[in-house]
Design a protein around this ligand. Structure first.
Ligand SMILES: Cc1cc2nc3c(=O)[nH]c(=O)nc-3n(C[C@H](O)[C@H](O)[C@H](O)COP(=O)(O)OP(=O)(O)OC[C@H]3O[C@@H](n4cnc5c(N)ncnc54)[C@H](O)[C@@H]3O)c2cc1C
Length: 388
């Protein structure tokens, strides 16, 4: 494997996907020339830790588990920190960056996704802090007053985890979502109700089935005032925005590569140009987007081998996700978004609940476990099996 071609591989991005594929590349090939181009500062941290960081007393600095210099030395990288990838010249196999062109034999796009900014009225709407990067968390820590009231837009995985973390750390989260229940796109309604009630019992305030129309500055300052579509007014010291992410596809689209919701890849992680790969939050696999850690690690293994000259299909294991709501522990395997089917409750008692998602052919394609029943994760994983 060490002598396999191509020898020069360029990776754009220093998130879990970028570093994930770089680690695999270096593991398979001690000699390949590896270049990383990133807009960020190149430190390594685990993004899922952002939504449990407050209760663990972490700062943005202490979330970093390995700094840029250490990562570059460990992986023997040519690290182009703070550089932007501007364009891909596919015919010449060159990545154009703010630091000049970088030639490649294989290019891996690990460019992540950008937080969606809801279009809202109000002079302070732009002050809402997204929660997708270390620097967003640094801003949250800087602007959050002790015991402050925090308005969270969005009750998906990230918004709900932040509500759990804030209430567990002595703050006062107020969550607003258009949908009627938290985690509504991931779990059956019965579980959403339990999550809502478990967090409400600790003090989380929910405004579900409601839309924020405007965010203005509070008078007198400091603080914010949000107005909902039913006229409710919510005062807060800080606003977090967790309403979703949009895959970064511009580089690929401008280079003429196939894009859909994300950058489209085949079973090997290759885009419509076989020398260019995509991985992580920016990629659209054959089964759709998959913005979680487990598929990133699986894709990193396949892509690294293929990029080094051994075509290797990505094998996705069951993509179980631990929802970090410590007030109601949940383990889930979300069914693909486009899949038709229904949830079935298998068990619901004082130890927790167990639901499975059955597709129209009667095949188990997802599950949700709560509380002590999270221990049955491996059994449920086996039931769902592997799909690729
Ligand atoms: C709060 C939170 C909690 C989460 N919890 C979980 C969890 O419990 N379990 C789970 O499985 N998943 C979880 N996720 C999802 C998971 O963390 C993400 O799927 C994963 O981290 C995405 O990694 P990535 O490398 O694809 O993207 P990113 O981390 O966004 O990295 C993208 C990189 O690309 C760089 N970049 C982009 N464009 C350019 C350019 N033009 N030039 C140069 N560089 C560029 C950026 O600077 C960045 O370094 C969570 C996500 C969040 C936000």
């Amino acid at each position: 494997m060490a002598s396999a071609l191509p020898s020069s591989i360029v990776v754009v991005g220093s998130g879990l996907a970028g570093f994930g594929v770089l680690r695999e590349l270096r593991r398979l090939s001690p000699d390949a020339k590896l270049t990383m181009v990133t807009l960020e500062d190149g430190h390594f941290y685990s993004k899922p830790a952002l939504s449990t960081a407050l209760s663990k007393g972490k700062t943005a600095e202490t979330l970093i588990t390995s700094n840029a210099a250490k990562m570059a030395a460990q992986l023997k990288l040519d690290a182009r920190i703070g550089r932007e990838a501007l364009a891909i010249d596919c015919p010449s196999k060159a990545l154009l960056t703010t630091g000049g062109p970088v030639p490649y034999d294989a290019l891996v796009l690990a460019t992540g996704a950008t937080p969606v900014r809801p279009s809202l009225d109000g002079e302070a709407a732009h002050r809402a802090i997204p929660v997708n990067q270390l620097e967003h968390y640094a801003r949250l820590r800087k602007e959050l007053p002790d015991g402050g009231r925090v308005l969270i837009m969005g009750s998906g995985l990230v918004g709900t985890e932040f509500a759990n973390d804030l209430i567990s750390s002595g703050y006062h989260p107020v969550v607003v979502d258009l949908l009627p229940l938290p985690l509504a796109q991931l779990v059956p309604a019965a579980v959403g109700e339990k999550v809502r009630d478990a967090l409400a019992a600790e003090g989380v305030e929910w405004h579900l089935g409601r839309r924020i129309t405007a965010i203005d500055y509070k008078v007198p300052a400091p603080g914010y005032v949000a107005t909902l579509d039913d006229g409710t007014v919510i005062e807060a010291d800080l606003v977090l925005s967790a309403v979703g992410l949009r895959p970064n596809v511009a580089l690929a689209a401008e280079a003429g590569l196939d894009v859909g919701l994300g950058i489209k890849v085949n079973a090997y992680g290759q885009t419509s140009d076989p020398h260019v790969f995509a991985i992580g939050d920016c990629a659209e696999y054959e089964h759709g987007l998959s913005a979680y850690v487990t598929p990133i690690m699986a894709a990193a293994r396949g892509i690294a081998a293929t990029a080094l000259g051994t075509p290797t299909e990505i094998r996705f294991p069951p993509l179980s996700v631990q929802v970090k709501t410590t007030l109601l522990p949940i383990n889930l395997l979300p069914p693909p978004r486009s899949l038709a089917g229904q949830w079935q409750c298998l068990d619901d008692d004082a130890q927790g609940s167990k639901h499975q998602f059955i597709d129209t052919d009667g095949i188990v394609r997802g599950y949700v476990l709560t509380r002590d029943k999270c221990e049955q994760r491996m059994e449920m994983d086996a039931k769902v099996g592997e799909f690729a």
